[in-house]
Design a protein around this ligand. Structure first.
Ligand code: C2E
Ligand code: MG
Ligand code: MG
Ligand code: MG
Length: 283
């Protein structure tokens, strides 16, 4: 009886595994076609200047409209894209699309709206990154000061010496850099102080418990103080309540992003927002 039971378990297990492998393979095959079939699209989430309450930038966030599975969020396919190397063409598409859109907003509205693009480790380590960015800037005509690349601590600290050189190349193009999900990885302060980075983005896990969570409040305050001491700006991610925003303002946080201030939304929704008289954009 026990043997029988074990057999059944094995069968159940392997069929579940098969399904998992199948869907993984299916996803990978699908992802390869996603670009050609125009299934990827970007949403843009506003970034607000805390003191003036003006929208100063947007973060581009990729989504996949799968023909059968519906809308797949980036956390469900970016890791696969990294593993397979597909992140390189996908990332280039994201960069070009976001830059084209930012150029169009700049032309239409005469307002300087910065666009932030997430870069994965694999893209950052690609030797032709600076060349690709330069080509996209030339092709789209976007003012480089309106482009920011978001990198994580892990990406930057992995090979910090090589990072110094890459950052210098990218800064040489006139674009800006920021550190995403700050506080969740490992940063060497010795290198952090040498990186030419415009802003630290405090990870939303520190913001979500504010204002009650006194430990996260202490961490948030300390990150802001450190960043300002290093002449970096601070963006708080995942701001969902007015209480969080006022605490952040009290702490001297420069910028904020989160559902309270605007969800990730279509380019048309951002265009509408830019055309409304109350919205000014970056100086
Ligand atoms: P991220 O760069 O840290 O982006 C912020 C994430 O937080 C986004 O999730 C955004 O929708 C979400 N978010 C914004 N405000 C709030 C809030 O108030 N509360 C909560 N709970 N969440 C909020 P999303 O769009 O699902 O993206 C997840 C991650 O996928 C991003 O995290 C980024 O690491 C990655 N990603 C997105 N687009 C790209 C891309 O084009 N390239 C690469 N390499 N990675 C991307
Ligand atoms: Mg980001
Ligand atoms: Mg983040
Ligand atoms: Mg993230």
């Amino acid at each position: 009886h026990a043997k029988n039971c074990g057999k059944n378990n094995a069968k159940l297990y392997s069929s579940a595994l098969t399904t998992q492998i199948m869907s993984h393979v299916k996803l990978e095959v699908g992802l390869r076609k996603a670009l050609q079939h125009n299934e990827l699209y970007l949403q843009y989430q506003p970034q607000i200047d805390v003191r003036s309450a003006q929208v100063v930038g947007v973060e581009a966030l990729v989504r996949w409209r799968h023909p059968e599975l519906g809308i797949i969020p980036p956390n469900d396919f970016i890791p696969l894209a990294e593993e397979t190397g597909l992140i390189v063409p996908i990332g280039e598409w994201v960069l070009r699309t976001a830059c084209l859109q930012a150029r169009s907003w700049h032309q239409q509205s005469k307002r300087a709206l910065r666009v932030a693009v997430n870069l994965s480790a694999r893209q950052f380590k690609d030797e032709s990154l600076a060349q690709t960015v330069l080509a996209v800037l030339n092709e789209t005509g976007l003012d480089p000061r309106l482009l920011e690349l978001e990198l994580t601590e892990g990406t930057l600290m992995d090979d910090a010496l090589a990072t110094l050189a890459t950052l210098e190349q990218l800064r040489g193009l006139g674009i800006y850099l920021s550190i995403d999900d700050f506080g969740t990885g490992y940063s060497s302060m010795n290198y952090l102080k040498r990186f030419d980075v415009r802003a630290l983005k405090i990870d939303k896990s520190f913001i979500s418990g504010l204002p009650q969570d006194s430990e996260n409040a202490a961490i948030t305050r300390a990150i802001i103080a450190m960043a300002h001491g290093l002449k970096m700006a601070v963006v708080a991610e995942g701001v969902e309540t007015g209480e969080q925003l006022s605490l952040l303002e009290q702490f001297g946080c420069d910028m904020a992003q989160g559902y309270l201030l605007g969800r990730p939304q279509s380019q048309d929704a951002i265009t509408q927002m830019l055309n409304s008289p109350s919205c000014a954009g970056a100086p």
